[in-house]
Design a protein around this ligand. Structure first.
Ligand SMILES: Nc1nc2c(c(=O)[nH]1)N[C@@H](CN(C=O)c1ccc(C(=O)N[C@@H](CCC(=O)O)C(=O)O)cc1)CN2
Length: 289
């Protein structure tokens, strides 16, 4: 039986470390780090995530600036709000909760964020900095996955890693991070041939494909470390719904050395890493090492 990787516990420790860092920052800079979160519309999941981000910020001693805009907000109005936040000295980090309503061009909005305040790490500038090994912000979910992997495995150098999913938000930055750690990286996707055979060669599997329990136990190399990024809501036996990942957890636990659960694995790391990035942004802006 493999081990369960306790992302929730790791995230709680990271948040406590950030809170200590915030105390020190406040003493040095005479102000708290500030995070602005923009929510457009009332998507129920996004509303919950934004509320959790606000709570986490306040608990860590940061300033949280919440901007809730109606679903029919014009793209131009959202862009001008981002312009104001870019110019606001109290704001160190800016995050626009995704997904945005269909009439708004997500890429255009993300690109409007000052890369020095891009604590979500989604701008082309941040992606480029990551790809070229320069200081920037790394997207929170892949950063959280990397922290869990390093905590579990230590040096990742020479390990073979398969990432299932090629999104700009998880798959591609994850690949860059693991390459930076000297892993041999494969990005698998919907057109990959014989996916189970590809996954079977991996010491590290990161599943970020958004398909409930797609990765089966017999796809895994015995002793592999499995990071499940999927958050899929499926019908439960009692007529309600339950959350499952992209990996069949019970099967994976029989073969792998360690697996992240859903919930309680990667998800909590996303918000903890957002706080970590916001503190980093504030330190950089104040030139505090
Ligand atoms: N601007 C952004 N938008 C979105 C991001 C993001 O990083 N930046 N990621 C996701 C949503 N997200 C944060 O925004 C997020 C998702 C999941 C969790 C989490 O802790 N999940 C729990 C389960 C929660 C539940 O019961 O539904 C877990 O996995 O244990 C936190 C944050 C999309 N949008």
């Amino acid at each position: 039986m493999g081990d369960i990787i306790d992302g929730k516990g790791f995230a709680a420790n990271l948040r406590a470390d950030v809170a200590k860092g915030v105390d020190t920052f406040r003493a040095q800079a005479g102000r708290a780090p500030g995070l602005a979160v923009v929510l457009v519309g009332e998507d129920p999941a996004s509303t919950v995530y934004v509320r959790s981000k606000h709570k986490a910020c306040v608990e860590a001693g940061m300033e949280s600036f919440e901007h809730r805009l109606p679903a029919d907000t014009a793209e131009g109005d959202l862009l001008s709000l981002i312009g104001q936040l870019n110019a606001d000295p109290a704001v160190d980090g800016i995050l626009v909760q995704l997904p945005l309503p269909r009439h708004i061009d997500e890429l255009k909005v993300i690109e409007a964020i000052d890369p020095d305040k891009d604590v979500d790490g989604f701008t082309i500038g941040s992606a480029g900095r990551l790809a070229t090994g320069q200081d920037g912000f790394v997207a929170c979910t892949p950063l959280g996955c990397l922290m869990l992997l390093k905590d579990r495995l230590g040096d990742l150098s020479g390990k073979s890693a398969v990432i299932i999913g090629r999104s700009n938000i998880v798959g591609k930055p994850m690949a860059m991070l693991l390459l930076r750690e000297s892993c041999t990286v494969t990005i698998a996707h919907s057109r990959t041939q014989d996916l189970p055979a590809v996954v079977r060669g991996a010491d590290i599997v990161v599943a970020a494909v958004g398909r409930p329990e797609m990765v089966r136990g017999d796809w895994l190399k015995p002793g592999a470390t499995v990071i499940d990024v999927g958050i899929n809501r499926v019908p439960a036996d009692d007529g309600k719904t339950r959350l499952v990942g992209d990996v069949d957890f019970a099967e994976a636990m029989k073969v792998a050395a360690a697996v992240t659960p859903v919930p309680g694995g990667v998800g909590p790391m996303t918000i903890a890493c957002l706080l970590h990035n916001t503190l980093t942004a504030a330190r950089r802006r104040e030139n505090i090492g």
